[in-house]
Design a protein around this ligand. Structure first.
Ligand code: OGA
Ligand code: MN
Length: 281
């Protein structure tokens, strides 16, 4: 029997309803022998933490590809590895402004009919203050709703738009700025994602504008009420970074956000994406 066949995924729960810490060595993780088990654990736990794995860019791409491959997100021409940073040395002003949208709860790629399945971030430079990445398990949050609430929301549809997310951090744009954001499109998505697996999760976040067929007031109560529910205990995990940590999340069943940090501190995370394979439905 080869060494690879003997390797088992070694992990421990971080919290009952979200997050597991993976304990295997880098060699074991990069061998490819654990790919199926990692993907299963990711879907089950929402967030996987690999402390002090110290992946290089090249290793991170190999790891991502072994799990199902890389993609580039609509509107962000990042290549295989993308810098998550507000540093002017890393990005144009336009990209930096766009990235500020990540300071509020969101799902990546809601303008895309097949959003990315997940992402991996590796810390390279720590923030001087703040800058944790927070996650919320939207499968567990849905499952725990009262049955009558689940029945009420099960078939609702929600309009999502990139421009709506940008108003969170830039509430008074110029008309030109607003029209540029609006040119990135919008999408009508289910409020409850009925996954192929049979599981269901909430589709929320800062791109959610309004619930189709509801008044503005009712719609806001639904979207903000569910976001409040999904992002509190026991569905919430905050990762406090150390350089060399990697964190992977299931973008189809979680929300995430960056906590505020000094925009001039050089905080740098390197991100790879796992190719999406499931339509919002
Ligand atoms: C992302 C993201 C959050 C962070 O990479 O998609 O939202 O903490 N990152 O920088
Ligand atoms: Mn994001």
């Amino acid at each position: 029997m080869s060494v690879a066949q003997l390797v088992r995924l070694s992990h421990e729960q971080i919290k009952p309803k979200i997050g597991s810490r993976v304990l295997n060595t880098k060699d074991e993780l990069l061998s490819g022998a654990l790919s199926g088990a990692i993907n299963e654990l990711l879907e089950a736990r929402g967030v996987l933490v690999f402390e002090q794995l110290n992946l290089t860019d090249e290793e991170q791409v190999r790891f991502s590809n072994s799990l199902g491959g890389n993609a580039t997100e609509i509107g962000v021409d990042g290549g295989a590895v993308f810098s998550i940073s507000l540093d002017a040395k890393e990005h144009s002003r336009e990209v930096i402004e766009y990235l500020k949208g990540s300071l509020f709860w969101h799902i990546d790629g809601t303008m895309n009919p097949v959003p990315v399945r997940g992402s991996i971030l590796t810390s390279k430079v720590l923030p001087t203050w703040g800058g944790n990445t927070e996650f919320a398990n939207c499968y567990a949050a849905y499952d725990d709703l009262p049955a009558d609430t689940r029945a009420e929301i099960d078939d609702l549809r929600v309009i999502h738009a990139m421009w709506v997310s940008q108003l969170y951090h830039c509430p008074e744009p110029t008309l030109e700025q607003l029209e540029d954001w609006q040119s990135k499109g919008s999408a009508e998505l289910p409020l409850v994602w009925h996954h192929k697996s049979g599981r269901k999760s909430l589709v929320l976040g800062n791109t959610a504008q309004h619930v189709v067929g509801k008044t503005a007031e009712e719609s806001a109560r639904i979207l903000h009420g569910l976001r409040e529910h999904a992002t509190k205990e026991p569905y919430h995990y905050a990762h406090e970074w150390e350089v060399g940590d990697s964190v992977m999340w299931d973008n189809t069943g979680t929300l995430h956000r960056a906590m505020p940090y000094d925009p001039d501190c050089g905080r740098l995370l390197r991100r790879t994406i796992l190719l999406g394979e499931e339509y919002f439905s």
